[in-house]
Ligand binder design. Structure first.
Ligand code: Q7Y
Ligand code: ZN
Length: 676
């Protein structure tokens, strides 16, 4: 499996540029593509990808979205004089034409379609197309915002037509609203369009009323258009992640797409002159990773914007390296979502609660309290936007270059009983390396006092060896199949706690007492999903989620993972994830694999899975996901039980004062103390 990542790029798409003076368009330069591609080559990422040639889109392709009149008009541009081109340009907003742009626009559409075909025919798992011109602003009969043809919208229509896809998710993480995509699919329930965008209460381009959160789609498509307006600049990693955890991912898993397309604009990264946001390039590793197990891994990223020639290539590299299967980097010191982001989040969740069962228990905002539309009160500060114009243009943002993401030489190592066959591509740890005598005697004393069992000692020592190699980054992740998961869990937690000043995120799936001392020193954070009510426990570091039907209920389970476990994990920032399948947990393979896939966003992918030895059948699927294969898609889920959504909400409310990424409303007092 694993299948590879396509990279689509052709220098030809650098061969058009602005030929006159226009301050609005001067940032859209050919170097956007060359620096991005050069960075991929320099970092050794291009050579790990499968190169796919571009092609020109056919007229039939273009007509899937655009009108004949518009196509005929654009078709004439290669023969126009400079004066004609200028005049032709004038009828549209914030775009320019050039004698070669029609050719490039056909290649940009064709690149998206080549990528789509490669993914749909199984030639590759996923991929990225580096294209110019971008596409998401162009309308049926109009160019707009540097865009000529709507690359991604055409790809979605093409995918429906050629491959009969029933559900396509489009994630638009560009900082502008892709109004062209929205318009194309607003009454179409088979295409779910999600976009976040700088909005500033409609003061930001393209200044459309229909970019606000209350534009949820029309007719049959109601609920299938999700707009998240950013009403302030300076949004950070925590703001982006909280929208993923509390809106996009829950809805996306409920939607269950056959394919995910990304309008991958990087003007949402720090340093971009258009976006003016503060999310760092490594956030795109996480955004990518979080989408990579939807749709059986079928993920196509198509470049849109991105105008800072430093943060753009860094962000492209983060995206492609993640598509290739390398675990995302750590995101140190995530900040809590700011008040303005929480207001947007609250509004979006409220606007969509009638369409998505995962949002059924979201706060219900009365129509009179629509905070993103509220007019600023006199004297109210607006600290993120009210900089003088001069200050804005001269203040250059600086951020550290993302460190190289070094993959350990071994991806997955297994500690298995002798009678369990080793899955392909994994390494077995059978004879543990000499542990130091102190560790050994502690193991004996703590765990094996009354068992004179040298097999058990070998197993525990092997697990310790595995953990130590993960710590030294010699092994990425591992799986241990053991006689007693509870004993192994205790052993790992004790060992890690003794030898490192580290944090362990323990995720327990299934019923049973967790034999870990929950202390308030924060060395471990335990999240347990079960059918046992343990809600009287009130520690910040023990999070029991009780589902009515336990872990066999996929809808409740995935919502607990997305809405609680992910934000907690991001804020806790563990150095190791310990995932424990309790005996008779009832979790099915595909859910278990989704969980493993998602958890690899933490601790640079350092996950240790513990399973009971009577669960041998699950070894293959577990190893496959640890190796980076896509988890199989969950079949389209039933609506989660109302009790379960409520149980998740209850934990969220209990913990949100301590864990800020759990917040979903901007209620008084929940804004950060720093005034953000
Ligand atoms: C489009 C874009 C596509 C007016 C500034 C207007 C608009 C630029 C369009 C941006 N003073 N700028 O980046 S991804
Ligand atoms: Zn943009």
């Amino acid at each position: 499996m694993t299948m590879g990542t396509a990279l689509i790029y052709d220098e030809e798409m650098t061969k058009y540029k602005l030929l006159w003076v226009d301050p609005a368009c001067k940032i859209e330069v050919p170097e956007r593509l060359t620096v991005s591609h050069e960075a991929l080559v320099r970092d050794g990422l291009a050579e790990r990808c499968i190169p796919i040639p571009v092609r020109e889109a056919t007229e039939a392709d273009i007509l899937l979205v655009h009108s004949e009149e518009y196509l005929e008009a654009v078709k004439k541009t290669p023969y126009m004089t400079l004066e004609d081109l200028k005049e032709f340009t004038l009828q549209y907003g914030d775009v320019y034409f050039h004698p070669n742009i029609y050719h490039c626009a056909k290649l940009a559409v064709g690149s998206a379609l080549q990528l789509l075909d490669s993914v749909m025919t199984g030639k590759v798992r996923n991929g990225m197309a580096l294209v110019r011109p971008p596409g998401h602003h162009s309308m049926r009969s109009a160019a707009s915002g540097f865009c000529v043809f709507n690359n991604v919208a055409i790809a979605a229509r093409y995918a429906k037509q050629k491959y009969g896809l029933k559900r396509i998710l489009i994630v638009d993480w560009d900082i502008h609203h892709g109004q062209g995509v929205q318009h194309c699919f607003e009454d179409d329930p088979s295409v779910l369009y999600f976009s976040w965008h700088r909005y500033e209460h409609q003061k930001f381009w393209p200044n459309l009323r229909e970019s606000d959160y209350d534009n949820v789609g029309k007719e049959n498509g109601a609920g299938y258009n999700i707009n998240v307006p950013w009403n302030k600049v300076g949004m950070e990693n925590g703001d982006y992640l909280s929208v993923f955890c509390h809106v996009l991912l829950p809805v996306a898993y409920e939607f269950c797409p056959d394919l995910v397309l990304v309008c991958a604009g990087f003007d949402s990264a720090i340093g971009d002159p258009e976006g003016e946001m503060c999310a760092t390039p490594d956030i795109f590793a996480h955004l990518t990773h979080l989408l990579m197990n939807l749709a059986g891994g079928k993920l196509c990223c198509v470049l849109e914007g991105g105008y800072n020639l430093t943060s753009l290539p860094q962000s492209v590299c983060q995206t492609v390296q993640t598509l290739l299967g390398d675990p995302p980097p750590r995101l140190p010191s995530l900040s809590a979502p700011c008040k303005s982001a929480l207001e947007s989040l609250e509004c979006v969740r409220s606007a969509h609660r009638q369409y998505w069962s995962c949002l059924k228990h979201a706060a219900n905002l009365p129509n009179s309290h629509v905070s993103t539309k509220r007019i600023k009160l006199p004297g109210e500060e607006d600290e993120r936007t009210e900089m003088g114009e001069e200050e804005k243009s001269t203040e250059e943002k600086v951020w550290p270059e993302p460190p190289k993401r070094l993959s350990p030489p071994i991806r997955s190592a297994l500690v298995l009983p002798d009678d369990v066959a080793l899955p392909d591509r994994c390494q077995r740890i059978s004879s543990p390396e000499e542990l130091d005598p102190l560790t050994l005697s502690k193991l004996r004393e703590n765990f094996l006092k009354d068992v004179d069992d040298c097999d058990a000692l070998t197993t525990l020592s092997s697990i310790i060896t595995l953990v130590e190699k993960m710590e030294k980054n010699e092994i990425c992740n591992g799986l241990a199949v053991v006689h007693s998961v509870t004993m192994a869990m205790m052993c790992v937690v004790q060992h890690v706690g003794v030898t490192l000043s580290n944090r362990v995120l323990v995720v327990c799936v299934g019923n049973g007492r967790v034999p870990i001392h929950i202390s308030e020193d924060g060395k471990t954070l335990v999240v347990q999903i079960s059918s046992e009510d343990a809600e009287e426990q009130t520690s910040k570091f023990y999070v029991p989620v009780c589902l009515k039907k336990g872990c066999s209920d996929m809808s409740g389970f995935i919502q607990a993972v997305l809405g609680l476990l992910l934000p907690l994990g991001y804020e806790y920032e563990p150095s190791l994830v310990l995932l424990v399948q309790m005996p008779k947990s009832g979790v099915c393979d595909s859910m278990w694999q989704q969980l493993i896939g998602l958890l690899q966003c933490f601790a640079q992918g350092h996950t240790l899975v513990l399973m009971q030895e009577n669960e041998k059948a699950c070894v293959g699927p577990t190893a496959s996901t640890l190796l980076g294969d896509p988890a199989p898609p969950l079949e389209q889920l039933q609506a989660p039980l109302s009790e379960d959504v409520e149980a998740v909400e209850r934990q969220r409310r209990r913990l949100q004062a301590d864990w800020k990424l759990l917040q979903t409303t901007a209620a008084a007092g929940s804004g950060g103390a720093d005034g953000r």
